[in-house]
Design a binder for this molecule. Structure first.
Ligand code: C2E
Ligand code: MG
Ligand code: MG
Length: 576
């Protein structure tokens, strides 16, 4: 806008304009301009009267040519007149331009956001004789600004208020709860195994799921509450004016909301969520500590099993410290020589011999003692440490295989577990190949175990598996039967072995369903020409069952627990 800063016009300057030029200037500058322009004369009594209106200005507030010479109060509704009178008076007082924004109804009845600038015009004595008012439609700018504000406080994917919004709203909610002496609950909600879902189904499906989850979370109950997307697969709910019992009910409703499957591209998926709850004022007196403590409770909920809710308590603090201790320790575990590989023999049921072993990682923490892989592998996955740990395992096993060959122990094969993250690592195949070459191994003596979850992206899985097969290593599907994979899909992949998950083996003698599942898997493997191993075989009758069913190998405590290398060499390699 062409701001007219303290323009001083002298009387004789007006007269110097010839009428024609004046008309042209008016035509060009004032009439065609889209701004609303008014020139007001400052009356001796302190009022303001119209001396000029451009075309745009005429339509506004029923102003017409007849309004010329009349005061604000003679022309405008009282409220508008008072409002403008105040602004004009402020120009008189400050002796400088004043700007303000308000809602303006235009000639064509459109209601817009207007920004007005009132500029004083001084005479020779320095008195203000006229005030020029220019009003511009800034609706587009306001809309942009509103949009920007909206975007700053909302998550574009789910449309839910975001983390910045949470900070603001939570502080307000805490303040209100404090003033009204009420309890407030903060729930930290995290989807179970979302990472797995995202890795296996792809990010587009992941996004759809998050959106659907957002919708489900906002339609839990009638009670007023607010849902935020904290980031990733984390959501936060603020439940004002509540109690421990009421928030517990709410958490149960959240869990229940996940009982129905999510439909994505005509497929149904079951996803559950875990919830950590902190209550104001018991578990924290400000927003940050409520979030932190709900997060701690969430961790605990996840540890205890999924699809659970858990309230914060002081004891939880200690347990979280334990997890952090593990993470810090794990970072140094390789260089401090705390990792060791145990080997579990696999018994070949047709020969009653052991020629293959599964390599299973063991961690001896200097303070915590033995830490189970079930506990630290997920941490290694989450932190990415699994890549260096995984590489260490492959290196170590390959060196051992070379050593055993040199000692003349006969043919031995070892299977190594690959985590989903490792499997996605682009350098994986090259790294494996280098290790095989360096140790001059027969590639077939290495088998890699993958869970179904690691192989859900069909194109990528096929590519990587094909490359692995090119090198000549074997591939097995670990924990078979627990993932999402369809049988037809398995058929298309270059797989050598299926490992029946322990959960089916455990009750195979008591539970007909488990017996049916295991038998089906064995038949499937046979018809596809795959070898099949039953995991977690603990009693002799199970061995008999699998022998009769035609299963190739069994692995489990009945025969042997995973054992250290020297023991394995002593028992199984030396005497061959
Ligand atoms: P998994 O690959 O399914 O390994 C089999 C697990 O079952 C091992 O647990 C083994 O000790 C246990 N097991 C064997 N026989 C029996 C039995 O008769 N009864 C019962 N109840 N359990 C039996 P472990 O060694 O604690 O490993 C647990 C999981 O940790 C493994 O499951 C695997 O997913 C992961 N893991 C272990 N080592 C590695 C590794 O080097 N890399 C990766 N990525 N994951 C590993
Ligand atoms: Mg395994
Ligand atoms: Mg397994």
């Amino acid at each position: 806008m062409n701001r007219m800063n303290n323009v001083i016009l002298k009387d004789d300057q007006f007269s110097r304009f010839d009428e024609k030029i004046e008309a042209i200037i008016f035509e060009i500058i004032l009439k065609h301009i889209k701004d609303l322009i008014y020139v007001m004369k400052v009356e001796d009594n302190g009022g303001f009267s119209y001396v000029f209106l451009n075309e745009e200005a005429k339509g506004h507030a029923k102003l017409t040519d007849d309004s010329i010479g009349k005061t604000l109060h003679e022309v405008l509704p009282l409220e508008t007149a008072n409002h403008l009178d105040e602004q004009y008076k402020s120009v008189m007082e400050k002796k400088e331009p004043v700007s303000f924004q308000d809602v303006v109804i235009l000639a064509d009845k459109r209601i817009v956001h207007g920004e007005s600038i009132l500029t004083p015009i001084f005479d020779d004595n320095g008195d203000i004789t006229f005030i020029v008012s220019v009003t511009r439609d800034i609706s587009a700018r306001v809309a942009d600004k509103e949009m920007i504000t909206y975007m700053a406080y909302h998550d574009p994917l789910t449309g839910l208020p975001n983390r910045s919004s949470l900070k603001k709203d939570l502080d307000n909610a805490v303040e209100k709860a404090e003033m009204t002496n009420q309890n407030l609950a903060l729930m930290f909600i995290d989807l179970d195994r979302f990472k797995f879902f995202n890795d296996s189904m792809g990010h587009v499906a992941g996004d759809h799921l998050l959106k659907a989850v957002g919708e489900r979370l906002t339609s839990i109950s009638e009670k007023s509450y607010k849902v935020f997307r904290q980031g990733g697969d984390e959501f936060i709910v603020i439940l004002p004016n509540t109690s421990r019992e009421l928030s517990e009910q709410f958490a149960q409703n959240v869990n229940r909301a996940f009982e129905k499957p999510f439909r994505l591209e005509a497929k149904e998926f079951f996803i559950s969520a875990s919830i950590g709850i902190s209550i104001f004022p018991t578990d924290g007196s400000d927003g940050d500590s409520l979030i932190k403590n709900a997060d701690t409770a969430l961790y605990r909920a996840k540890e205890l099993g999924r699809s659970l809710y858990q309230f914060y308590s002081f004891d939880l603090q200690k347990q979280t410290t334990h997890l952090m201790q593990l993470e810090t320790g794990l970072r140094k575990a390789i260089e401090k020589n705390e990792l060791e590989i145990y080997y579990q023999p696999q018994l070949d049921l047709s020969t009653d011999k052991v020629t293959s072993f599964e390599a299973l990682l063991r961690w001896k923490h200097p303070v915590l003692g033995f830490v189970s892989p079930v506990e630290f592998i997920p941490i290694a996955e989450e932190t990415g440490l699994i890549l260096s740990i995984g590489e260490w395992i492959i290196q170590t096993v390959c060196r051992k295989l070379k050593q055993w060959k040199e000692y003349g122990y006969g043919s031995v094969s070892v299977s190594i577990n690959l985590s989903p993250k490792q499997f996605q690592q682009p350098e994986l195949v090259t790294m494996i190949q280098q290790n095989i070459e360096e140790n001059q191994l027969y590639p077939g003596c290495l088998e890699f175990e993958l869970t179904e979850g690691a192989m859900q992206d069909p194109k990528r899985t096929l590519q990587t598996l094909a490359k692995l097969k090119e090198i000549g290593v074997r591939i097995s599907v670990d924990d078979f039967g627990t993932g999402y994979s369809s049988l037809s899909y398995i058929k298309k992949l270059p797989i050598d072995t299926l490992k029946i998950d322990q959960s089916f083996v455990k009750d195979v003698l008591r539970d007909e369903k488990d017996a049916a599942i295991t038998t089906t898997i064995i038949h499937l493997a046979q018809s596809l020409g795959l070898s099949v191993i039953a995991e977690g075989v603990e009693v002799e009758q199970q061995v008999e069952f699998f022998k009769i069913m035609g299963c190739h190998k069994v692995q489990g405590y009945f025969f042997s627990k995973p054992i250290p290398e020297d023991e394995m060499v002593e028992h199984y390699l030396k005497n061959k």
